[in-house]
Design a protein around this ligand. Structure first.
Ligand code: SF4
Length: 85
């Protein structure tokens, strides 16, 4: 699959398999006490997928891959004017 700029797409949906694998490896290294639960994680990613700030898995507000940022219990959506999670 070719990598393309994809509005409101997570990494895999944009075809970026390599970065997706890297992000999954990093997520697997997060300490259990710092990780958000599966339900919250899915909810956050659904919100991101409906946000105009998501481009090819990256939040333009912070430059993070949302799949990584959302995995931390204590992280917040970086949009300070309209925080969505
Ligand atoms: S601004 Fe918030 S909701 Fe939108 S993509 Fe970034 S982290 Fe997700």
């Amino acid at each position: 699959m070719e990598i393309r700029e994809c509005k409101r797409c997570l990494l895999l949906e944009s075809g970026d398999k390599n970065n997706h694998e890297t992000v999954v490896a990093y997520i697997n290294k997060i300490k259990p006490e710092e990780k958000c639960d599966e339900e919250m994680y899915k909810k956050r990613l659904e919100i991101c997928k409906n946000c105009d700030n998501l481009i090819s898995g990256t939040c333009v507000k912070c430059g993070c891959y949302v799949e990584f940022r959302a995995a931390f219990k204590n992280k917040k959506c970086p949009d300070s004017k309209m925080r969505k999670w």
